[in-house]
Write a protein that binds this ligand. Structure first.
Ligand code: FAD
Length: 510
């Protein structure tokens, strides 16, 4: 790469525009003439337009891009997300008895000298407070449908960690506007061909409307079509269907029951006989989708489950098939894939946008201003592969601890379907809780405490009884548990209702 560098991003979905905006900001495109970033997208193909849940990292990304939080919330019909509530994952509803647990974003409460987790593990399982409720005030705040912040709190800040639920199409439009303001050029056109040079790198691409387009770095954001990385360069797709069985979603939007109905500030993930259903409260509607394994459930039965969940059939549902997995080589020669062209793992923990953020950040850091591209490509591929593998482990954890009896759930609990590393960790976690040395933090989307919420939400038996003497501060721990309870009550009373905060934000706009 010498002289002026050109980055050509093909695809204008969330991946294309987020990557464009992030690179433009990080590489200072508006201030320097040395780098040019262009997005080519085909309006006739369109974007996938699903993906309503996010992860707290989105706050720093939006802030980095210079987007005002209130402007973002209004433009994307967004609401606040404080975590995911899992209903019926441990066992199916029986005789009116239902199991539920929360995976909140806030880490367990901890003081310098005191970690509450072992003391919770040493309490009597039949009578102790559920894990998330015992260790963080966010549980109570979310259960009472309160917002994670007050109206007067600064943008992207507040007392509790949070992310958002939003309309994915509106997000792509907002980020597009920001990217263009940051100096990104926008071309409309259909990619019809890719020419390779003798080394197998991309020489140029061909667009029906724009002709031949050259670049130093091509970014494939063409979604599941993977026009560059897959079709042209043949980068192998690694399926993880042996571990994660879901491969279809049936998605719809329905209005709230009443205009003033409370809005949940968590994603609700309700398990069904062969997968789960998402339920996301947006500003003007609920996004609902049935995720399932086509090997265990027919499309007709999935449609029935969705109808039963919604309570009527007055909606249009869209079927979205997907193959769970990723490409181990996401950066090949002068082409790097970001978004669905690089891979997709089911939406249970909303990792689609997180992976886009991670990839954009890494491309910006590893961008070969001059010199060869092979070393950054190797590094990128190793880091992204590790990230995907870790997410596979984390998602599998949700399924393999279930005691449900349907074939889908029994197959998920079969040890042969559990990745070896996760099996090893589960063995260790019988005797101690997950800790920060279990994971290489830099590669992680999910930290050890995220694992704790899933493990103990699913009643995993970490047995510390033989080591009871190693935890002599039971009295102090009890006081801290009581403080978490009373802070939770106070926070739920002090924070505004979620619907009220969303309404106040949008009312101020009109
Ligand atoms: P797309 O949105 O498909 O965009 C592809 C772009 O490439 C389009 O602009 C298209 O026009 C262009 N293109 C394609 N071919 C050509 C061509 N030949 N010429 C020119 N342009 C072309 N993520 C989350 O973070 N949270 C969630 O809750 C979540 N839920 C999901 C649920 C489901 C069922 C699915 C399938 C995904 C979900 N995701 C979620 C993932 C999320 O939707 C994607 O990561 C995100 O939308 C990025 O998509 P993309 O930009 O890679 O692809």
């Amino acid at each position: 790469m010498a002289g002026k560098r050109k980055i050509l991003i093909v695809g204008g979905g969330s991946a294309g525009w987020l990557t464009a905006a992030y690179l433009a900001k990080a590489l200072g495109v508006a201030e320097r003439a040395a780098i040019e970033i262009t997005v080519l997208e085909s309006p006739e193909i369109g974007i996938i337009g699903v993906g309503e849940g996010t992860f707290p990292t989105i706050r720093s990304t939006l802030k980095f891009l210079g987007i005002d939080e209130t402007q973002f919330l209004r433009a994307t019909a967004a609401t606040f997300k404080q975590g995911v509530r899992f209903d019926d994952w441990l066992h199916a509803p029986e005789a009116g008895r239902r199991h539920r647990y929360l995976h909140p974003f806030e880490a367990p409460f901890q003081t310098d000298g005191m970690n509450l987790v072992p003391y919770w593990l040493l309490q009597e399982p039949a009578t102790r407070t559920p894990f998330a409720e015992a260790v963080t005030i966010q549980s109570q705040v979310a259960a009472e449908r309160r917002a994670p912040k007050r109206t007067n709190e600064s943008g992207y800040g507040g007392p509790l960690s949070y992310a958002y639920h939003f309309d994915a199409r509106k997000l792509a439009t907002l980020i597009q506007e920001r990217a263009v303001a940051l100096g990104v050029q926008h071309l409309r056109g259909l990619l019809t061909g890719v020419e390779l040079d003798p080394d197998g790198a991309i020489a140029h691409i061909v667009s029906r409307e724009q002709g031949a387009l050259e670049a130093d770095l091509f970014v494939d954001c063409t979604g599941f079509r993977a026009e560059l990385i897959g079709e042209a360069l043949g980068a192998r797709f690694h399926s993880v269907r042996d571990h994660l069985f879901t491969d279809r979603a049936l998605a719809c939007k329905v209005p709230h029951e009443r205009a003033d109905a409370p809005i949940e500030s968590v994603t609700i993930a309700t398990a069904h006989e062969a997968g789960w259903t998402w339920d996301i409260g947006l500003e003007g509607a609920r996004g609902i989708g049935c995720v399932y394994s086509s090997a265990h459930l027919s499309d007709a039965r999935a449609a029935e489950l969705l109808r039963d969940y919604v309570g009527h059939d007055d909606f249009a549902a869209r079927s979205i098939p997907f193959e769970p997995g990723y490409r181990p080589q996401q950066w090949v020669k002068n082409c790097v894939a970001v978004g669905l062209s690089a891979g997709f793992l089911e939406p249970l923990e909303s990792t689609g946008v997180v992976l886009i953020e991670a990839a954009a950040d890494m491309i910006a850091e590893l961008f070969p201003h001059s010199g060869p591209v092979e070393a950054p490509a190797r590094r990128f591929n190793a880091l992204m592969t590790a990230r995907y593998d870790n997410i596979v482990h984390f998602l599998k954890l949700h399924y393999c601890l279930s005691r449900r009896s349907e074939p889908f759930w029994r197959d998920n609990a079969d040890p042969s379907s559990i990745p070896e590393r996760l099996r090893e960790l589960l063995g260790e976690w019988r005797h101690r809780p997950p800790n920060r040395f279990d994971f290489v933090i830099d590669l992680e989307t999910f930290a050890f405490f995220n694992y704790q919420y899933i493990l103990y939400g699913m009643e995993y038996p970490t047995d510390l009884s033989a080591a009871r003497g190693d935890f002599p501060h039971g009295g102090e721990a009890e006081q801290l548990f009581a403080r978490v309870r009373s802070f939770g009550t106070q926070a739920a009373a002090d924070l505004p209702g979620h619907r009220e905060l969303v309404r106040a934000i949008n009312r101020a706009a009109s």
